[in-house]
Design a protein around this ligand. Structure first.
Ligand code: HAM
Length: 441
């Protein structure tokens, strides 16, 4: 005989708690106040540098990343969320799609698709989620957020100038300063032109030949297909071998050197400190010339708060016209982790909590709330069924500055009791003067 089990006692596989997928997380208040603080500040900075927002799709065709980011990169080989479209239309079916692991390829695709070269130099920024199937740890997630920018356009519009590289780096210093992050180090390198890299790759292949058998399987493959990617290896046993490899610096031709020198001269002129790191090659294949990362000591193993560089050949690799470009992406999760400001300190608390007292007062409270919110005040309100004590407790808990009582007598007099919660001071204020009184801190 089956027994009816009360719903609250049922424990079947079906009602086990559903959690967010591994490597993803919910951002909840009050922490979201920090995210908003960061995003508002960076939008202000972008405005000052005449950058404009671009929003590209969260998924793109897989080929975009294979061609743009590079087949041999860890991102493309191991980390992408890719699926085959099951669309009803014949044209969709079987198309391989991928959640974007980064946004530069998408921006350059949009540049080509919309012929943005007609606009001269494009200074674009984006804020949004990216997806990589990485092993989750502090500062490393499978859905993470980037704040990025790209400067791209025809060479005639100045896109190739070292002044653009320096402007991007100076913008970043300003931006970090603006959100209160001071403990950063700018690591700078030049990965040269494609021709410089071809020479470097040949030399690397030779240098790796005697040792490669002792290295990890990934490095054995990289040594043949794309030796530069050996520098991305994280396997501890391989590091002594990697440390003996030559660096790209000695393979830079005169133009590459001149470009790098010009960037550094402007940085010196605007007093942006940097350290040169000849082993910094970045994990994505599209980079040419300037490559950089900003690191932050407090972040632990995942210490790169942002990365970027120049990608003068990317547009052509994606079937577009020559369009030199440079950009960066900040890991917003990591930026928020390194903030010294607390969520509490940037959270805007209610200016007033309205306590409707007794039947029929909800509608009076709603009218008053509507009037006060028009003055850019943050207003929250309770319910006419609450006792005054409960309203006070609620107002206290949300740390409202004032509590405003709306009862029958107040409505009749068109004047309301306004109590300052911290000092306990209480005054009766005519309706027309309420907003002014609340604005007075
Ligand atoms: P990236 O170095 O691959 O470059 O990523 C930039 C930043 O995103 C990293 O420095 C890090 O802060 C953050 N990030 C990357 N993966 C994760 C993750 N799994 N969890 C949390 N944060 C992460 C790019 O994506 C290039 N598109 C940057 C660029 C723009 N280069 C030129 N223009």
């Amino acid at each position: 005989m089956s027994r009816l089990i009360p719903h609250s006692e049922q424990r079947t596989a079906n009602d086990q708690m559903i959690k967010s997928p591994r490597g993803t997380r919910d951002l909840l208040p009050p922490d979201t106040a920090l995210w908003n603080f960061v995003e508002t500040a960076v939008r202000d900075v972008f405005r000052a540098y005449n950058f404009h927002e671009i929003r590209t799709p969260i998924f793109e065709s897989t080929e975009l990343f294979a061609r743009g980011v590079g087949e041999e990169t860890d991102v493309v080989m191991k980390e992408m969320f890719t699926w085959e479209d099951r669309g009803r239309a014949e044209s969709d079916r079987g198309q391989s799609l991928t959640l974007r692991p980064e946004n530069t390829a998408g921006v350059v695709r949009a540049y080509i698709e919309h012929k943005l070269w007609d606009r001269g130099l494009n200074k674009l920024f984006y804020i949004g989620p990216q997806f990589r199937r990485e092993r989750p740890q502090k500062g490393r997630y499978r859905q993470f957020y980037q704040i990025g920018a790209e400067v791209i356009g025809p060479a005639a519009a100045g896109s190739q100038s070292p002044a653009r590289d320096a402007e991007i780096l100076e913008l970043l210093a300003t931006l970090l300063d603006r959100v209160g992050i001071t403990q950063w180090t700018l690591e700078l390198n030049s990965v040269g032109s494609p021709a410089d890299r071809a020479k470097f790759n040949d030399t690397l292949r030779q240098a790796l030949a005697p040792a490669v058998e002792k290295m990890c399987a990934d490095c054995q493959r990289r040594a043949i297909t794309n030796p530069l990617r050996v520098f991305d290896c994280k396997v501890p046993e391989d590091q002594p071998i990697i440390e003996t490899l030559p660096t790209i610096t000695q393979f830079l031709n005169d133009d590459s050197r001149a470009h790098f020198e010009a960037v550094k001269q402007i940085l010196n002129a605007v007093s942006i400190p940097y350290v040169e790191n000849p082993r910094l090659v970045r994990g994505l294949d599209y980079y040419t010339h300037t490559a950089f990362e900003f690191t932050h000591g407090a972040l632990g193993a995942q210490n790169a708060i942002l990365g970027g560089g120049r990608y003068d050949g990317l547009s052509e690799a994606l079937g577009g016209p020559p369009a030199p470009g440079i950009g960066f992406a900040i890991g917003e999760d990591r930026l928020v982790l390194s903030l010294t400001a607390s969520a509490e300190s940037v959270l805007r608390k209610p200016d007033a909590y309205i306590a409707p007292l007794g039947a029929g007062m909800n509608r009076e409270a709603a009218r008053l709330a509507r009037e006060l919110r028009r003055h850019d005040l943050v207003i929250d309100l309770g319910d006419e069924s609450f006792r005054l004590k409960k309203s006070f407790e609620t107002a206290d808990k949300m740390r409202a500055r004032y509590i405003l009582i709306v009862g029958e007598n107040e409505v009749a007099a068109n004047a309301f009791s306004l109590k300052h919660l911290a000092s306990g001071e209480q005054v009766t204020v005519p309706r027309a003067e309420l907003a002014q009184q609340i604005l007075r801190k």
